[in-house]
Design a protein around this ligand. Structure first.
Ligand code: FAD
Length: 276
């Protein structure tokens, strides 16, 4: 793991004490999940989803249990559609008759943090909206509120308390409230970052430091669809395009980033594609 970079001497220092000299450097360290900052957030069975191991752990913990998902973005909704059907209803009672009765009641609490309000409104208001699909499967949504406390017993989470006073039984809480660029190891250096820690790059994926490039979730870049304003877009396809253009420019090919952000996912057999 890289723990610091000396841009003057062009050296990267690693956790094991070794270091590596570079002529050109590409920083592509991605991002990590944001953590809840409320009392009880450190209780057992409060999870974030980042790795396949996290996913397996959540599936194991959620089976037959009450689950609260915090955050209403795509990631959390994808998660809701993948949790096991054998999880319990949040009230411990069966839901509406039909398939939903066998399905879990997942609770999604939090502000919508969807990628754009136009897309959000489209998805929420159409007949085939994600909301409807998930509600039909027994998911309960609590929108325009937030979790203000997690309570527990014997060190394990048992309840999520919402800002409106509602209390949700919770054996497992999955937090999906955004991601933070992995750039802490650059703190104290002269590399330009925004207030969230994203490294600022130009259309060549070049940072403000000569011979240093950055790409993927860790950057804020000029987005054509935002009239060139800097922004971060955490999509796999964007990260791939960044890597492609960073490589071309490291090879002195002088190519401006040109890509339309594209995202896809599947939920309950429906595929969703999003461009722009
Ligand atoms: C649960 C989840 C679901 C997602 N689903 C989708 C989806 O359906 N579609 C989509 O388009 N995108 C999705 N994404 C986003 C997508 O995964 C990211 O946008 C993409 O992986 C970013 O690529 P990256 O190369 O910038 O970073 P990453 O893929 O995160 O790779 C960064 C690598 O750098 C390593 N690293 C970090 N710090 C250091 C350090 N100091 N030294 C050395 N190595 C370091 C990390 O361990 C990691 O291996 C999802 C993300 C998550 C978490």
């Amino acid at each position: 793991q890289a723990v610091s970079v000396d841009f003057q001497k062009q050296r990267v220092h690693f956790m094991d004490g070794s270091c590596q000299k570079y002529h050109q450097l590409l920083i592509a360290t991605g991002s990590h999940s944001g953590f809840l900052k409320v009392p009880g957030a450190d209780l057992q069975n409060v999870c974030t989803l980042q790795t396949p191991e996290d996913s397996s752990k959540i599936l194991e913990l959620a089976t037959g249990r009450n689950v609260v998902l915090v955050g209403a973005s795509f990631i959390e909704k994808s998660q809701a559609s993948r949790l096991p059907a054998s999880a319990r209803n949040i009230n411990g009672t069966s839901l509406q008759p039909g398939a939903a009765a066998e399905l879990p009641a997942w609770v999604l609490a939090g502000y919508s943090c969807f990628y754009s309000s136009t897309a959000w409104n489209f998805l929420v208001n159409t007949q085939t909206s994600l909301f409807q699909m998930l509600q039909n499967k027994g998911v309960k949504f609590h929108m325009k509120t937030e979790v203000c406390e997690l309570k527990g017993k014997d060190g394990k989470v048992t309840e999520a308390v919402l800002a409106n006073g509602e209390k949700l039984p919770a054996d497992v809480v999955v937090v999906g409230i955004g991601s933070i660029p992995n750039s802490a190891f650059l703190k104290g250096t002269s590399i330009a970052r925004d207030d969230k820690g994203a490294i600022l790059v130009d259309l060549h994926m070049q940072t403000n430091i000569p011979n240093v490039f950055a790409a993927g979730d860790v950057v804020s870049f000029p987005v054509a669809l935002l009239n060139g304003d800097q922004s971060s877009i955490h999509h796999q396809q964007v990260a791939e395009a960044h890597g492609h253009f960073a490589a071309l420019n490291m090879l002195k090919k002088d190519r401006d980033l040109h890509t339309v952000p594209f995202f896809w996912t599947t939920m309950y057999g429906k595929s969703i594609r999003y461009a722009g």
